[in-house]
Design a protein around this ligand. Structure first.
Ligand code: HEC
Length: 468
């Protein structure tokens, strides 16, 4: 089973990098093959099936060839790292060090010293320009487009802005108090599907517990937008329990094809207690009706146990969600631990495995679990090692961009670019890194006018306009 998983991983990786390596591709040498085999036999049990997991390691003893050689040879008995001087020859240890060094180079694929020199970018398919349409928000977490060309932009600090097509903005009044700290604050915004008739919007935010300065949770607010004022504001969902941590709020909001509101709630940093526990709301994707009531066919709606709003569980921190406009499926991405960031397609009632199954590794470099797949657990359709820290995402379903139609765009917080994913048969078959070092790309949205917009931390909101 485990062996099969490794083979699968290696196959996936080979296919993945084949795209970039086509020209220089060569068969691994017998030395590399032996090192790889030794790694799988002697190291993978503790360090994970893919030595790429070393990519995101905070090195304690250094990562030069000499450092690695010493670590492997003498081990660190007190730290739990065995010595391998008796198992391997000097040469075998050096080969293993080379093997790890090669693996950690995978991060170079994403890092680049290239700085944007102008607002115009040549991409593989065309040349596009980034036009700034709003610069008022420090962390533009969520964007929603109104029928009258205006847009709503949340700033994580707690402000909601109404922006017109001339870049003029006003603050919306009546926004709830948020705990803008850590990863929390005012987060996503979405319009009711009938907004043109009822002016209803939804906001997700980190809600402080009343009378308690240490506890907060993810909440969803429903309100009517009248001019620049929120009226009849009411929480229609407050995730239980509140937590003292200030991260992993999840918080993406998406209306499904069924007219129900889907949203993510992260596990708030408690992976042991929350994602697999169906009796609380954390580490879940939920589904509710537009008024907060429960759809009768929710997985736990009629069960004696389990939160009735749960749609899927076993999640870590989904910060990107989008409705696939071609299939109607709900897609999401979520942050894995130090690598193993995932793209998932949501199946009603399914378990996405965190922390039972993961491609990532613990921050101390040991694996959470040796399992990358398991019966009864939904596998991601794609994962990133190293972690790109994915955020907002959107499908391009307009003809405005040459060669991009049907692609999935994902913002990277960590490497500060927009990730273009070409999708075939529910697989990411190719990726392109756009706008390298533009800044942390927090939000990605398709507007009704067929243009893509991105929210970049510290810079604001940009419209992507093709120029050739
Ligand atoms: C029994 C579990 C276990 C096995 C098997 C194991 N390691 Fe380790 N390894 C660890 C632990 C735990 C640490 C961290 C030690 C510490 O923090 O002092 C570590 C540390 C290391 C480091 C140093 C990392 C740093 O931060 O500087 C290297 C390199 C390393 N291991 C490589 C290997 C290789 C290569 C193999 C296989 C030949 C291997 N390990 C097998 C548990 C293991």
């Amino acid at each position: 089973m485990l062996k099969l998983a490794f083979v699968t991983i290696i196959t996936v990786f080979t296919a993945f990098f084949a795209i970039d390596l086509k020209k220089t591709e060569k068969q691994p040498s017998p030395v590399e093959e032996t090192a790889e085999k030794n790694y799988q036999t002697y190291c993978a049990g503790c360090h994970g099936g893919k030595m790429d997991a070393f990519v995101d390691r905070k090195w304690k003893y250094g990562n030069t060839k000499e450092n690695l050689y010493k670590s492997i040879k003498t081990g660190y008995a007190d730290g739990g790292m065995p010595a391998f001087e008796k198992s391997f020859s000097d040469k075998e240890i050096k080969d293993l060090a080379d093997y790890i060094l090669k693996g950690i180079k995978n991060v170079d694929r994403y890092t680049s010293s290239e700085k944007p020199l102008s607002d115009t970018f040549k991409t593989e398919e065309s040349t596009v320009k980034l036009v700034n349409v709003f610069s008022g928000a420090k962390v533009p977490w969520g964007i929603a487009f109104l029928p009258d060309q205006k847009m709503l932009v949340t700033d994580r600090s707690g402000e909601l802005y109404l922006v017109n097509e001339n870049k003029q903005s006003e603050k919306v009044l009546g926004v709830p108090e948020v705990r803008a700290s850590g990863q929390g604050g005012l987060m996503d915004v979405v319009l009711h599907p009938d907004f043109a008739k009822n002016n209803i919007i939804y906001l997700s935010y980190s809600k402080p517990k009343e009378g308690d300065s240490k506890m907060q949770t993810t909440a969803i607010l429903k309100a009517v937008l009248k001019g620049n004022q929120l009226e009849n504001a009411k929480d229609i969902f407050v995730a239980e329990p509140y937590s003292t941590t200030r991260h992993h709020y999840g918080s993406r909001l998406v209306f499904g094809k069924d007219g129900y509101l889907y949203f993510s709630v992260g596990e708030r940093g408690n992976e042991k207690g929350n994602p697999q526990n169906i009796k609380n709301d954390l580490g879940k994707v939920h589904r509710i009706k537009d008024d907060g009531s429960i759809p009768a066919d929710n997985p736990f709606a009629n069960k004696s146990e389990g939160q009735k709003t749960i749609y899927s569980y076993g999640h870590r921190n989904p910060q990107g969600m989008a409705l696939n406009p071609y299939t109607g499926e709900l897609w999401s991405n979520e942050h894995g631990p130090r690598g193993g960031d995932e793209i998932n397609i949501h199946v009603k009632g399914a378990n996405y495995g965190w922390p039972v199954v993961s491609y990532g590794i613990n921050y101390n470099g040991t694996t959470f679990t040796e399992l990358t797949t398991k019966p009864g657990i939904e596998a991601p359709i794609h994962y990133w090692i190293p972690s790109i820290a994915p955020s907002g995402m959107a499908f391009v379903n307009s003809k405005i961009y040459k060669g991009w139609e049907g692609n999935l765009m994902v913002g990277s917080l960590r490497f500060e670019y927009l990730n273009r994913c070409v999708i075939k048969n529910k697989k990411v078959v190719k990726e392109e890194l756009l706008f390298k070092n533009i800044g942390r790309v927090r939000e990605v949205r398709m507007a009704p006018d067929g243009y893509l917009y991105i929210g970049v931390e510290g810079k604001g909101v940009f419209k992507i306009v093709p120029v050739s």
